[in-house]
Design a protein around this ligand. Structure first.
Ligand code: PMP
Length: 364
């Protein structure tokens, strides 16, 4: 069962079966996984290919040293304050295994990225779901849920699937509540680059020596989802705990992922460019939705939560079957009547809006 609104989740949701369920033949327009249609910076694929040709039979660096050093330099912290994982996914699991077990509570917002609850279930910890307030994460509600039994507080920011972002004051409020009880807040910033510059409050807090973890990924704005690399930044003892939890899988971040991420960091302008293109296209998509009389939640990310005409499960399957477009039905996530649509290229937006218009004209 997936986490739904109002539920306290204690069983693992089937995270990956959801992905498989929506995998279809090539040729479908993929607007269901929040992928970056622009890909990685130029030169990254060539550098990965070269690495593969030259060093295919040698194990990767289990400590991921070069990439951690590069990230640490960029963030402005020590290398011992950065951990790298096989995507942010793996880090969510490792952080949970390192910090929570039976009898402990992991606090999450309801109806969000299912990896937090799935990891808590593997660790044997109890999940406490906190409702959103008008499609936004409520710092007040989160703070109320953080008691002495809470070990971790996963804050998806910007929030998936609503696309909303917390104010600096809300981030501070959550940090203070965790500092009072000893819980570790984990700010999952998988989509933060799409919000533009000026959203570094959580990283600023790490730089100021406070107790939190910040998760980021190369899968989204960097366009490297296939390669699997994500990173966590936080105090050295928490990072050491992650590295310890990773000990059974020392080579989980493969050579190509390490090389790709390192090469990508050499092109920081890529992020500004992806931000600009995504913002422009998201605004165009939202104007078109308004024009079609379709409601949506204003987003700062590369996806938009859209209210569907009628049943969202039927809407998503008609979109796939009749128009070859994949979107994420949010009914199993506690948002019946909504889908999440990734922001693609201009052509993708046009194709989606034409299909939406046609479904609106022929309701079933
Ligand atoms: N956090 C959130 C909020 C996500 O949406 C995703 C992926 N969809 C992840 C983490 C995992 O990203 P990665 O590809 O780095 O494992």
């Amino acid at each position: 069962a997936l986490p739904v609104k109002g539920d306290t989740v204690s069983r693992p949701p089937t995270v990956h079966s959801l992905h498989h369920e929506h995998e279809r033949a090539d040729g479908m327009l993929r607007l269901h996984c929040n992928e970056n249609p622009y890909g990685p910076p130029s030169g990254v694929i060539a550098s990965v290919t070269k690495e593969l040709e030259g060093r295919c039979s040698t194990y990767p660096d289990s400590e991921v040293t070069a990439l951690r050093e590069a990230l640490a330099g960029q963030v402005g912290v020590g290398t011992d304050m950065v951990a790298v994982g096989n995507g942010a996914d793996e880090l969510v699991l490792l952080i949970t295994l390192a910090s929570a077990g039976p009898g402990d509570t992991v606090v999450v917002t309801e109806s969000t990225f299912p990896g937090y609850a799935a990891s808590a279930a593997v660790a044997g910890a109890t999940v406490r779901g906190v409702p959103l307030h008008r499609d936004r994460v409520s710092a007040t509600a989160l703070v109320e849920a953080v008691d002495d039994g809470a070990r971790l507080v996963f804050v998806c920011n910007p929030h998936n699937p609503t696309g909303t972002v917390l104010s600096p004051a809300a981030v501070e409020e959550i940090l203070r509540a965790c500092e009072r009880t000893g819980a570790v807040p984990v700010f999952d910033e998988a989509y933060i680059e799409f919000a533009g510059p000026g959203f570094d409050h959580a990283l600023d807090a790490v730089r100021a020596g406070r107790r939190l973890l910040v998760l980021r990924t190369f899968s989204k704005a960097w366009g490297l989802a296939a390669l699997r690399a994500g990173y966590a930044v936080g105090p050295a003892d928490l990072v050491a705990g992650i590295m310890e939890a990773r000990r059974p899988l020392p080579f989980s971040v493969n050579r190509l992922a390490q090389q790709a991420a390192l090469a990508a960091l050499g092109s920081p302008d890529h992020i500004a460019e992806v931000y600009e293109r995504t913002t422009r296209e998201r605004e165009r998509l939202c104007r078109a939705l308004t024009g079609l009389g379709v409601a949506y939640v204003p987003s700062v990310t590369n996806f938009v939560m859209v209210k569907t005409p009628g049943n969202s499960t039927r809407f998503a399957s008609r979109l796939a079957d009749e128009h070859g477009i994949l979107v994420r039905d949010l009914a199993p996530f506690g948002y019946p009547g909504h889908v999440r649509v990734s922001v693609g290229t201009a052509e993708d937006t046009d194709q989606f809006c034409a299909a939406l218009g046609s479904l609106l004209a022929s309701p079933r």
